[in-house]
Each structure stands twice: as structure tokens, then as C-alpha cells.
Design a protein around this ligand. Structure first.
Ligand code: AKB
Length: 309
């Protein structure tokens, strides 16, 4: 039987890919505050501000929602420009979804955490599942705060909330103010034939994954019995690591002209506080999951999505 799934923040960098996947077997109610005519036509996107708890509850009741995927959030670089507003939005949107879900038809909630929860104390060369986390960005602080709430609701059996700490996500959708956005913006610049000013220094290693792998792992996490889940806060996950220098060279080796000028800005300090490599053995074991896209397959796939071939 089809589930009724509510997606908040559906027009963002991740949301649209989840709609495409979930709509295959479910009734998907896609919502956002950015409701463009294109997305209304393509996804029947509806306006919903997740900062309004009453409205969230009304959607749950009107559509008899079984599961919620909550993507309403401001990403790391953009969040630093207005820290208190960003922290309030990232945490309150999530808390409103939780409050509206209690004593409702909602059975499960998916919520994306991030590698931003980690810090220099987390052993950034190889970050394990359970480490010291003292995030130095407001985005990382908001993500860690919500992970603590997830843990509380899960260990007390109050709600079933499932979460993954996403690394940089590589897709053809427009980047949304993240620190890892260079990996998509470089591909964007192939088409525009403009020199790309990279805000991250050439040898900065960061973990990344193809958006399809992120979506598949998340949907699989939501499908398994709760007894298979051995993490009550949020799972580490990754696919590959790269640097701006390597990524630029891979693009050029594929025959594309891409001129890059490395000009690190405030995002470098953020990137320096994030992992270089992730230990994601737990999610691979619990879900029997592994990524389908390595570095080269990811790049080829996104270039094809941009119809650059
Ligand atoms: C960002 O760069 O802010 C996000 C993230 C890694 O959470 N892509």
C-alpha cells in the first residue's frame, strides 16, 4: 500500500532528488517556501513554511502523512552570514516537525545531519561514528543540537527518527550556500566557459558522495525494521574523498576546458574543521549498503545530467 510522504524543503539541493525517488512507490506531498512555477508544474509543489507548527500539523492531518523527510535548512556558508536566524530556522523547523508528529499519523521522520557536526577534536583524518564533536560553525551547532534531540526521542521511544550525516553532495542541482559547493560549481562552469574562482584551497580533502547514493541510502534507512538500526542519533556515510585540485584535473582529463583560480575565503576555515575521511562501516553493515558511484562515475554522471556530453 502506498505511503503518504511529506517532504519539507523539497526544492532544495537534496529535496528534488528525493521526490523523484519516493514518487515511484508513494504519494509524495512536496513542500517548500520557495515555490517556483516550474516545480509547481513538475511536482505539484505546495507552499509550507516549516517554521509554522500549526501549518505543518494541518498538512499531516489533511494528507494523513505516514513519513516526513525534513530538508528545510540553511547550509553552512550561508548560515555563517546570519548565525542566529540560521540556527533558529534549522532547529525550529525540525522541532516543529517533531511536535506536529507527536500523536499523529506520522510513523517515521528522516532528517539530514552533516559532517559539519565534527571538529578538529574528531580525528579528522578518519572520523569514526562516535567521537568528540565541537563544531565551530553555527550550521554544525544546529545539526549537532538536532542530533541530540533525535537521540532523546529515539531512546525514549517517543518517535522513530532516522538520520544520516551527509558529506558533500554531488548533483546537477544548483548549490545552496554550502562549503562543499565547489564540486558542483566547477561542473557548472564547464558550460559557462567562465574561469572558476574556487573558495577552497587546492589540496583540501573533503568527503563526497553522489546524490543518488545519498537518496538510496536514506530511503533504505527508512525502509528497514527499527531493530536493524544500531545508531540512535545519525549515521556516518561517504563514498569518496577528493580535493579541488584533483576534481579540476579530472574534469580537464575528460577533455573539458576549465580554468580555475584558487582564492580561499571564509569557507576555507569551515572546510579545515571538517573530516578528510569518514568511517561509515556501521551504515554499510546495518543497511547492507554501499555506494554505486565512485569519483569517476560521479563526475561522468553529473556531467551527463548537465547534458554537457
Ligand atoms: C555544506 O557544505 O554546508 C553541506 C554539508 C556538507 O552539510 N553540503
Amino acid at each position: 500500500m502506498k505511503k503518504n510522504i511529506l517532504i519539507t524543503g523539497a526544492s532544495g539541493q537534496l529535496g528534488q532528488f528525493f521526490i523523484d525517488k519516493l514518487v515511484e512507490k508513494n504519494n509524495v506531498i512536496s513542500t517548500d517556501i520557495n515555490v517556483s512555477p516550474r516545480l509547481i508544474k513538475k511536482y505539484d509543489l505546495k507552499f509550507l513554511d516549516a517554521l509554522n507548527e500549526v501549518k505543518v500539523r494541518k498538512f499531516i492531518e489533511k494528507y494523513h502523512i505516514d513519513e516526513i523527510y525534513n530538508f528545510a535548512s540553511i547550509l553552512s556558508a550561508k548560515a555563517e552570514k546570519n548565525p542566529l536566524k540560521s540556527f533558529q530556522l534549522n532547529t525550529n523547523c525540525f522541532l516543529n516537525v517533531i511536535k506536529a508528529s507527536i500523536s499523529s499519523s506520522v510513523k517515521k521522520i528522516f532528517w539530514p545531519s552533516s559532517i559539519a557536526v565534527f571538529s578538529k577534536e574528531s580525528n579528522l583524518n578518519y572520523v569514526q561514528q562516535d567521537v568528540i564533536m565541537n563544531p565551530t560553525t553555527i550550521y554544525g551547532a544546529s545539526k549537532l543540537a538536532c542530533e541530540k534531540v533525535i537521540n532523546y526521542f529515539n531512546i525514549n521511544g517517543l518517535l522513530d527518527i532516522r538520520s544520516i550525516r551527509f558529506p558533500g553532495i554531488v548533483s546537477s542541482s544548483t548549490p545552496g550556500g554550502g562549503t562543499t559547493d565547489y564540486i558542483v560549481e566547477m561542473i557548472n562552469n564547464i558550460k559557462s566557459k567562465k574561469k572558476y574562482i574556487c573558495p577552497i584551497s587546492p589540496n583540501t580533502i573533503l568527503p563526497m558522495m553522489h546524490v543518488n547514493d545519498a537518496v538510496d541510502a536514506s530511503v533504505k534507512l527508512m525502509s528497514v525494521p527499527r531493530k536493524n538500526i544500531n545508531i540512535n542519533n545519525s549515521y556516518n556515510i561517504s563514498s569518496f574523498e577528493t580535493t579541488p585540485y584533483e576534481w579540476k584535473n579530472l574534469i580537464c582529463q575528460m577533455g573539458y576546458n576549465l580554468e580555475v583560480d584558487f582564492q580561499p575565503d571564509f569557507r576555507q576555515k569551515i572546510a579545515d574543521s571538517w573530516p578528510r575521511k569518514i568511517d561509515d562501516e556501521q551504515i554499510r553493515k546495518d543497511l547492507n549498503w554501499k555506494p554505486k558511484f565512485n569519483k569517476i562515475k560521479t563526475l561522468k554522471s553529473v556531467i551527463e545530467d548537465y547534458s554537457l556530453t
